[in-house]
Design a protein around this ligand. Sequence first.
Ligand code: G4P
Length: 529
Amino acid sequence: MVPWLDEIKRRRTFAIIAHPDAGKTTLTEKLLLFGGAIQIAGAVKSNKINRSTTSDFMEIEKQRGISVSTSVMAFEYKGYKINILDTPGHEDFAEDTYRTLTAVDSVILVIDCVKGVESQTRKLLEVCRMRNTPVIVFINKLDREGRDPFDLLDEIEKELKIKVFPMTWPIGIGKSFKGVYNFFEHRLNLFNNENKFVRTDNFITISDISSKELESNIGENFAEKLRGDVEIIQGVYDHFDKESYLKGIISPVFFGSAVNNFGIQELLDTFVEIAPYPKGRESDKGWISSDYPKLTGFVFKIHANLDPKHRDRIAFLRIVSGKFERNKNYFHVRHQKWLKFSNPTAFMAQQKSVIDEAYPGDVIGLYDSGNFKIGDTITEGENLTFKGIPSFSPEIFKYVVNKDPMKTKQLQKGLEQLTEEGVAQLFYKKIDNRKIIGTVGQLQFEVLQHRLFNEYAAKCDFDSLPIYKAVWVSSDNEKKMQEFLNERSQYIAYDKEDRPVFLAESAWLLQMAQEKYPEIHFHTINEFN
Ligand code: G4P
């Protein structure tokens, strides 16, 4: 048993995920407020880019600036060390979010009670399901005239394909919102929108909801309705089983209003109690448990320095096992070389500070001059690589057009480095030597162009390329694979690791190829490793 087991068990590393505008930033801020990490509301700036001005470069720069300082927000709460990993607010940066989800042990999903399940909610949950990540749902904005809570739960179950279990239940909604009833604590949490800036909820224990005490607190009509609802819930939803939550099968649901600081304490208290502590990860040499004594970790995010004159970057390392120590030599598996980190950084709320040690579940920033790329593994000498940091098949594709032939080398270098950071994916077409950039959002092209010019003095443009999807192809049948690559050579590109990718112009063409070549596997997700 490792001497730092208690340190592992008290850690909770998670992300808040949501469709933009559901209230992720607001909830993050309130959690930090509870943890005492910040003193006043309004201190956490929204990291989202103003969605109406997609070509505002200053906004892009702002996004980059803010997201470094809020990439990880750590704080202490009731003896727990909580690490919130921030995810970008803008949909175009969804891939960054997906990668961050590989570094967390659970998530809190925020849903707007007026809008219900939205497009981004669906995609994010798909990623969580791939790894069976435990999910707690927070239904937000109960102070607005939202949808019926039963309908919302139905929609979540159907659309997100998860089972839900309400831990609290709303009494009224919008203007008539009275608060929530907590089934487990048998208590009312009464809503008062003057509580915005205080930390505690307003709890009243009601041991028996058939007692008249309920009427005296919420009035006759609401009391009757609540009793009816509770009866239905007890009939429809099974009991809450923590094991099923930990396996990602059932999601506890809370109702509240982040902006009014309502229901947050309830959420946080349950979260620290039930959410998993850091659990370990799958590597090519098998499962590495969080209580394995030697240090292991992987890089899931790389952030460029804001000052373009300095090329150094920050690589974010999620510690999987062992104890990280400053100035100790660690092994960079891909490069087969030893590195020492003299100023590893931890992020406590908005403060960055150099740390001497870190434990499983923690995320530390390592200053890097180009050694790292996403997916890299660090060990104490073992040759193992963590799996499962996925690269998703991009949705928008463009040819790169070099606008300054004198700067061809710079363009190449810039493209290589920026794609290592995960800004976009780079493919090569061998047939005509053209470079293709694939992204999940339009905005990345602007970021790329802007950064290539500012940081590498390279000028480029993009030519559109009507592709529906790029899918990685593989096969156990070498001959068939060669046949496929030859026959479709016009539509074959290679990624940076020289893995072949089929560029399908339409869903129909993809289907045709799949039917014609049953021996070929078409993958929409690839792992970086
Ligand atoms: P995001 O990070 O998920 O994109 O959402 P964010 O927290 O920025 O919240 C989006 C908007 O929803 C904000 O309003 C925020 O104040 C509001 N909001 C968050 N929680 C609640 C809630 O419980 N009730 C109500 N009624 N609104 C809520 P905004 O007008 O876009 O920004 P701001 O000017 O208020 O900051």
